[in-house]
Design a protein around this ligand. Sequence first.
Ligand code: UD1
Length: 371
Amino acid sequence: MIYLVAGARPNFMKIAPIVWEFRERAFEDFRVIHTGQHYDYEMSQAFFMDLDLAEPDYFLDAGSGTHAAQTARVMTAFEEICLDRRPDIVVVVGDVNSTLAASLTAVKLHIPVAHIEAGLRSFDKTMPEEVNRLLTDHISDILFVTEESGVTNLAREGIDTSRTHLIGNVMIDSLKRILDKTASLDAPEGGYLLATIHRPANVDDIDNLKTILDILTASAQHFPIVFPAHPRTLKKIQEFGLADLFSVRENPEEVLGKPLKPGVISLIPPLGYIQFITYLKNAAGVITDSGGIQSETTYLGVPCLTLRETTEIIVSVEMGTNTLAGTDKEKVLRAVEDISQGAYKQGKIPHLWDGEAGRRIVDTLLLLTTP
Ligand code: UD1
């Protein structure tokens, strides 16, 4: 029995290709566990529907809270189902609190753990995700890695190389499959920038959030901006009384198929996966602090300006279309000008980001779990 654990929005597109591959091989000895870290419709169910995933077999209902409280709730609930039906292997993905919670629970029960998206490092331990990545990798038995930098990091940290498998980026499997479904959908018309900001360091502090909004306001002079906001970001914008800076749209449909006005930042609710990818592939560029979007833009060749000082997805900067801009307004504006003049750097698609990562992972998992 294989348990696949997912808890937050960026996890769902990483387990889907594994489920699709199991289905294709008529392999049924697996269960999907949703920890409930994300629970809003747009953050969770919308993704299950868009990714053609059935209802999860278990929903742990962990919800929000402090890091300790959230991690502990996932651990307690997950332990119960591991004890109830002891799986042969637990598969975790990415770097969210649910990833660490599930892997820590499993390893204490002596259940082998496989980590998908292992080895990535930003070398910034103030990010909760970096702590989750480091700890999860060091207690995992099988490490599925997306890019060369991950292999190097794991070897440097003394992890036995026989456990490391460079198999490519499973997110790209989902992206490729979903691109077909975006073909007939509308996006906003004309050139626009897509913005997504949700890191606690960027939105929880009023001064940092104002700095970022100032960067967006200046960038909007070149291109109108569409900003689907994470629930955390929406809450903070309201709490800090900053909503006046936006054209707030309750319904994302309002910006579809319409030419947007320069200077305007349209704040819309979070989008489902298919709709988000439609907006992403048609954007002139992206301004973000997300991890996954740095991978997606690299695959799509869309310019990506990341408002962080570091990234764990090194290949997106070295080979792809990503630029680390921190909160340097001049740097962002220079890049936005380059985008408008067609002078922004061109990228290449990294090795093994080919839509076959799920197949490679399942080959290995089945080899290990089939008697
Ligand atoms: C989590 C991940 C982050 C990932 C992000 C994607 C960790 C440490 N962080 O951050 O790596 O990039 O997901 O979205 O695991 N909320 C809702 N509805 C929801 C979920 C959250 O309103 O469905 C609000 C709650 O107020 C909650 C806050 O968002 O307190 C933060 O949610 P949480 O899961 O703790 O972290 P994210 O910021 O979403």
